[in-house]
Design a protein around this ligand. Structure first.
Ligand code: PLP
Length: 389
């Protein structure tokens, strides 16, 4: 029954393409109500039905409603919703990799993904290399005969470096290997890796897609063929999501374009103002013309440069005091929500690295990573300036 409805609705796509703002809101799976009803059954009739409805089969109505929206936003054919970003990442990697394979990862990726690689790959005899930002330009030279996949993240965490996705996809295609991008920081509003030739896009939906610091989920979107290749492993690993959370995601997605637009604008305003502040050293934001990868970012981030920025306090001894004195911006680890949050990577997200490793990556003691929310930019700036004073 559900399948037929979705097929019928898909035909509409060819008649008229809506903008992202509309795709965030408009529910193409038509029900009597405006929203998808919350569907909680785990036992479903099978006689007379082609497909068995079951949450771990990634095929319930609530799961499909958000997959449909995210596929439109990411210009993908098919996808799946997972119980966390980590579940999405591990499922994708382990569905394609086998003993003897090799993977290239860009160096500046989420710490949890690094841990997954370092702690799990050796058990399965999978080799890997981490490629530094500058070397990404010459990634073709690092491909081995057994390289199966290139995995990257852009903008990166916490230094907001930008990887040229068209270049990565060109190299991957030339060598017949898969390209995977974690698009969490950019969001599908600002950046669509599939349109740039990338094969698979992942999200920690826990961040911008959920957007209110109250949901944990992951997303994979790709071609129908690659989704079919990932699906059997996804079924075995079992990282699916329940209907209640899916319903909340559907609600969050309605405001995604609005939230991201505000966060883009706020972040750009703050980055410009922080650059002028004598107490602040370097500001890292791909929207600033001074950012080393600004030209690539301007080419591939179509609507804005995102809500994440980092900056360094000149006097690092004041970092703890500065964080304590903030009234509005919350020292907290996660990101992408409507509330602005800030963290010191050296003592939080990147604390597990040695001091030398942090230095090599440019993560200083005074570096602070700000996730800009939807409050007034003036109030956020006032909060930072007051805490610095
Ligand atoms: C860029 C990025 N990817 C993936 C993840 C993992 O997502 P989750 O925490 O939803 O498992 C995170 C979490 O912080 C992240 O920042």
């Amino acid at each position: 029954m559900q399948r037929i409805e979705i097929q019928q609705i898909k035909k509409i796509k060819h008649l008229y393409m809506y903008s992202k703002e509309t795709d965030c809101v408009y529910n193409r799976q038509q029900h009597q109500g405006v929203n998808t009803p919350i569907y909680t059954s785990t036992a479903n009739r099978y006689i007379g039905y082609e497909e068995i409805l079951y949450p771990r089969n990634f095929n319930t109505e609530n799961q499909l409603a958000i997959v449909e929206k995210l596929c439109r936003l990411e210009q993908a054919e098919a996808g799946m919703i997972f119980s966390s970003g980590a579940a999405a990442i591990s499922t994708v990697l382990f569905s394609f990799l086998k003993a003897g394979d090799h993977v290239l990862f860009s160096q500046e990726i989420y710490g949890g993904t690094v841990k997954l690689v370092v702690e799990e790959f050796a058990k399965f005899n999978i080799a890997y290399d981490f490629v530094s930002g500058a070397a990404m330009e010459n990634i073709g030279a690092m491909i081995r005969e057994n390289t199966r996949l290139i995995y990257t993240e852009t903008p990166s965490n916490p230094l907001l470096s930008v990887v040229d996705l068209e270049q990565v996809s060109r190299v991957a295609k030339k060598h017949g290997i898969l390209s995977v991008v974690d698009n969490t920081f950019a969001t599908p509003i600002n950046q669509n890796p599939i349109a740039l030739g990338i094969d698979i896009v992942l999200h920690s939906g826990t961040k911008y897609l959920g957007g209110h610091h109250d949901l944990c989920f992951g997303v994979v979107v790709t071609s129908q063929q690659l989704k079919d290749a990932i699906y059997p492993s996804a079924l075995n690993f079992g990282g699916s999501l329940n209907g209640l959370d899916c319903y909340l995601i559907e609600r969050s997605l309605k405001t995604l374009a609005l939230r991201v637009e505000k966060q883009n604008n706020n972040a750009l305003q703050l980055a410009k103002a922080l650059q002028e502040n004598p107490a602040i050293g370097r500001v890292y934001y791909p929207g600033l013309p001074e950012h080393p990868n600004h030209a690539i970012a301007a080419r591939q981030m179509k609507k804005g440069f995102g809500g994440m920025l980092s900056f360094e306090l000149k006097d690092t001894s004041r970092t703890a005091a500065f964080l304590n004195r903030l009234q509005l911006i919350i020292p907290a680890l996660s990101l992408g929500g409507v509330d602005s949050t800030i963290c010191q990577p050296a003592t939080s997200s990147h604390a597990s690295l040695s001091e030398q490793e942090r230095q090599e990556q440019g993560i200083t003691e005074g570096l602070l990573r700000l996730s800009v929310g939807i409050e007034s930019a003036g109030d956020l700036l006032h909060d930072i300036e007051s805490a610095l004073a």
